[in-house]
Write a protein that binds this ligand. Structure first.
Ligand SMILES: [Zn+2]
Length: 336
């Protein structure tokens, strides 16, 4: 963030560097505070002149929580910010390796494995055997499936938010995202699952985060199309889009499901990707879960403001997408 050091110089705040010279003082003063608070005490005029409020980093919440005296864990805002700083899936990580294994599969097996992963964050050894057998004819698909999972070695609670594992670690309970902890009430001892009685597998953490969590939204859209008897395809054209809807008059809509809680993170991501993938579609949608707008009513407006070059593309909630689908269906019905 070179703009920060420039702003610091101009506001005469360079003494900060010495004040927070050691790492723990820095963490205490910055990392646990929302980004806009980093600038409290700065000359307001400088903040306005630098247009800091318009910088993509300005709207992020704290990057870490304090879990105990000297222990901090990264927040979901931190992960979303990192996402915007690099390509979606980083080299050498489990999610990247899985992506490489998946992308060579034919469309049918690709969908089969990906759908299974999204729907089954935790599986028993019997279910693992069953699916391996089902994929026996396609060793590459079987390998991708098996790679996605790891054996669970700690007692856990099934996460009520995402279906993955809440495990007690050094810093308290944690799931794949701190978001799960934020919205989960207390656990009752009876929900706890012990690993000593049975062999269970779960998705590897990065795979849960990058494949399964956003995938729920994709499957919800697919289920809705099923219900309405509308033709659709999941991850068409080797994953160029997430869902493709084809109406009975041949009109094509492409959908990119997005699971960023922070609209600024999504906005940066879209800008880094140069907008919605080009193609021969009538409409394109970035779709977000309904609950994301509960506390941020202007979420879709923040995104739509930057989609000016693509008139047939917009960001909507799942609920609005369903309404758009219904309107389109009604217009088709009237024409008949
Ligand atoms: Zn969870």
């Amino acid at each position: 963030m070179p703009v920060l050091s420039k702003a610091a110089r101009e506001s005469g705040r360079t003494e900060n560097v010495f004040q927070y010279a050691d790492e723990s003082a820095f963490l205490e003063h910055f990392i646990t505070k929302p980004i806009y608070e980093w600038f409290s005490g700065w000359d307001q005029k400088v903040i306005e002149e630098m247009k800091l409020q318009e910088e993509p980093f300005y709207a992020y919440d704290a990057f870490a929580y304090r879990r105990s005296d000297h222990m901090y864990i990264p927040s979901s805002d931190c992960f979303e910010f990192l996402d915007t700083q690099d390509s979606d899936i980083m080299d050498g990580t489990d999610e990247h390796i899985l992506y490489e294994k998946m992308i060579v599969l034919d469309q049918d097996n690709y969908c089969k494995v990906r759908k299974y992963i999204i729907e089954n964050p935790i599986i028993t050894i019997d279910k693992r055997r069953e699916m391996s057998l089902e994929l026996a004819d396609n060793p590459a698909a079987k390998e991708a499936f098996q790679f996605a999972y790891e054996e669970i070695t700690d007692d856990f609670y099934p996460c009520p938010c995402c279906g993955w594992t809440m495990i007690h670690g050094k810093y308290g309970y944690n799931c794949h995202s701190t978001h799960c902890i934020d919205i989960t009430p207390e656990f009752s001892e009876s929900d706890k699952i012990s690993c000593s009685n049975s062999t269970l597998f779960r998705l590897k953490k990065g795979i849960m985060r990058y494949f399964a969590a956003p995938g729920k939204l994709e499957l919800e859209i697919a289920t809705y199309c099923d219900k309405k008897k509308i033709q659709y395809a999941l991850w068409p054209q080797m994953d160029r889009y997430d869902v493709e809807i084809r109406f009975s008059d041949g009109e094509l809509w492409e959908i990119d499901a997005k699971a960023y809680h922070n609209p600024i993170a999504l906005r940066t991501k879209i800008q880094n990707d140069n907008g919605f993938p080009a193609g021969d579609y009538a409409k394109g949608f970035f779709v977000i879960p309904d609950e994301y707008v509960q506390n941020q009513r202007n979420y879709t407006a923040i995104i739509n403001r930057i989609l000016t070059g693509q008139n047939n593309v917009k960001c909507v909630t799942l609920r609005s997408l369903k309404m758009e689908i219904n309107r389109k269906e009604e217009s088709l019905y009237e024409k008949k």
